[in-house]
Design a protein around this ligand. Structure first.
Ligand SMILES: [Zn+2]
Length: 80
């Protein structure tokens, strides 16, 4: 079995083991975390460039505001 991080052959102690050492596992996990952070940042940047930044939330708030606004009930007053 080859290590996912350094491609070195090793004998895994468990079937799900993907790394030859905890050092490789930690290094890989850190890289994955960084990659996700970069992906999230790129997504936010793309949304800003598309002009979608914040607009979605605004529309949602308006919709919610309209939805929660009670329908005005016109009652005829009988005045004696
Ligand atoms: Zn390794």
């Amino acid at each position: 079995m080859k290590c996912d991080k350094c491609d070195r052959e090793f004998s895994p102690a468990t079937t799900w083991q993907r790394f030859c050492s905890s050092k490789c596992r930690d290094a890989w996990n850190n890289r994955e975390k960084l990659r996700r952070q970069i992906e999230a940042a790129e997504e936010r940047r793309a949304e800003r460039l598309n002009g979608h930044d914040g607009s979605k939330e605004k529309i949602d708030l308006v919709t919610l505001g309209l939805a929660s606004k009670p329908e005005p009930i016109k009652r005829r007053r009988f005045v004696a």
